[in-house]
Design a protein. Structure first.
Length: 172
């Protein structure tokens, strides 16, 4: 494993551990909650946070992801959500551990049928589309949890509900 993929794997491990703590706190009895009319429901947002991790494998093993036939999984419990997330994290890690550096230099596209949303080198897609997108939606999930007065896990520092900080050095 080269230094670039090793660094990505370290970040994936860190973000997956933090994300799992957020997903553990999702109350599926409130899955239809929306903080605003234009917002996703809590249940859909939580599933989206989990499914973003699937994109790692998609980016590494394919040259594009076409969302035209995308159908989200049907998840109705926190246990199902965590099992789904854990499976996707393991697949992402395995893909990352087995990829050759030259593969990450290849271009990758996100499409919807014939419409190309963007094309970038795979290593850039992993950072922006997979990692940053996950962090963005996890933060949204934290807002939903806060509004519902549900514990928000510590992320990069303590939260008002949780003093445990996952230290980056643990993954080095």
């Amino acid at each position: 494993m080269n230094i670039h993929t090793k660094q990505l794997l370290q970040e994936l491990n860190l973000e997956a551990e933090v994300t799992r703590k957020f997903l553990q706190n999702v109350p599926f009895d409130k899955s239809e909650f929306k903080p605003a009319e234009k917002s996703e429901t809590l249940g859909r947002l939580a599933i989206h946070v989990a499914e973003i991790v699937a994109w790692w494998k998609e980016v590494i093993t394919n040259d594009k992801l076409d969302f035209i036939d995308f159908t989200p999984v049907d998840i109705t419990t926190a246990d199902q959500l965590l099992q789904y997330f854990d499976t996707l994290v393991n697949e992402a890690k395995e893909s990352l551990m087995n990829v050759q550096e030259y593969e990450l230099e290849k271009e990758w596209s996100m499409t919807y049928g014939d419409q190309v949303h963007f094309t970038l080198p795979k290593k850039q897609v992993l950072r922006m589309f997979c990692m940053n997108h996950l962090v963005h939606h996890r933060a949204q999930l934290g807002v939903y949890l806060r509004i519902l007065d549900i514990s928000v896990p510590a992320t990069y520092g303590p939260s008002a509900d949780d003093d445990e900080v996952i230290l980056v050095k643990r993954f080095l």
